[in-house]
Design a protein around this ligand. Structure first.
Ligand code: 8YV
Length: 327
């Protein structure tokens, strides 16, 4: 392992992160910030020890096969690693790390923002006001749905799911959750959360469904047309995880057909392309993948990337090594 590793960083990162990277490593940073092509990433990786990618880079097996002989670490800027072929990386002797923990609270905040915005129709109200279409207060206008007392179903009760449950509890919601593993009883009690082994059965019970599992081969298309149809027509779907977990076409059709009340989405299957069928709907809140976008969070993500590289370069196991089957 090199004392002063050579880094190839695919995107512009917060100024402080870039300054620290320049200080500590032989860091090759970007001048511009548009995503790179596979060829450009391959060229950057040719003489690098460490690749620092983000969610906008598709680090698939074909690209990993083009890595230079020095490349031994992919230190991802972000917690989700669905865009990295872990098996191919490990097969090539390349370790992968991510940035868990530091974006939990911000992503949970954004989840609540989406729940509140969608159910209380803040987007509709603001669009009307800005369009000069507000004639004044009226007793019956812009009514939404109360969040207190509603049942929130959470798919994926990890760090972010738990942080959402805590907030939901403060808003007076009941929390149901589906996870491969049940939490210890004390943790369930602290969050007031009820475990549902059977996802399909849980879906029929919820008023709001929020997705917090990683995108894996098992969760891709998890919320397909069949499962969406199990949700009650008055239910809302919230997604701050990954777009591919929900079948977007089926979701848009359910919303347009009145078979779902609304949706709040921060992620999409083919970012930055948002299906027109969703853009056409009033009962949907659409955000451009900004769940972890706080100054504090992004700086902490940068610090975590740096810590992982430093510990690895010192010959130790980095704190956030990602193994296959991690999710
Ligand atoms: C980031 C995220 O914006 O960490 C993740 O998995 O989705 C977001 O926090 C982005 O993915 C960083 O690569």
């Amino acid at each position: 392992r090199p004392g002063r590793p050579r880094l190839f960083v695919t995107r512009r990162l917060p100024k402080k992160t870039e300054a620290r990277m320049t200080d500590l490593f032989d860091a090759q940073l970007r001048d511009a910030d548009e995503p790179l092509s596979a060829d450009e990433i391959a060229a950057g990786m040719a003489d690098a020890d460490v690749l620092v990618p983000t969610v906008t880079d598709e680090i698939d097996a074909a690209l990993i096969a083009r890595a230079g002989p020095r490349l031994k670490l992919i230190a991802n800027f972000g917690v989700g690693v669905n865009h990295i072929d872990l098996k191919a990386a490990h097969g090539a002797g390349i370790m992968v790390t991510n940035t868990p923990g530091v974006l939990t609270e911000d992503t949970a905040d954004m989840t609540l923002a989406l729940i509140l915005a969608t159910m209380r129709r803040t987007g509709v109200g603001e669009r009307r006001l800005r369009a000069g279409d507000w004639a004044g207060w009226a007793p019956t206008s812009l009514r939404g749905t109360r969040v207190g007392g509603k049942k929130l179903g959470i798919i994926g009760m990890g760090r972010i799911g738990g942080a959402v449950a805590k907030r939901a509890q403060a808003f007076g919601m009941d929390v149901l959750y589906h996870n491969r593993h049940r939490m210890p009883e004390a943790a369930e009690q602290a969050l007031g959360a009820t475990w549902w082994d059977d996802l399909d059965a849980m879906l029929a019970e919820v008023d709001i469904l929020s997705i917090h599992c990683p995108l894996t081969a098992e969760t891709e298309g998890l919320m397909d047309a069949r499962r969406l149809a199990l949700l009650p027509p008055h239910a809302y779907l919230i997604n701050t995880a990954r777009g591919e977990i929900v079948e977007e076409g089926a979701l848009a059709a359910a919303l347009a057909g009145g078979r779902l009340a609304g949706a709040g989405l921060d992620v999409f299957a083919d970012e930055p392309n948002v299906p027109q069928a969703l853009l056409d709907l009033e009962n949907v809140t659409l955000l451009p993948h900004m769940g972890s976008a706080t100054f504090e969070g992004r700086r902490a993500m940068g610090d975590k990337v740096i810590t992982n590289i430093r510990v690895w370069a010192d010959g130790h196991r980095p704190p956030d090594q990602v193994l296959e089957g991690w999710a």
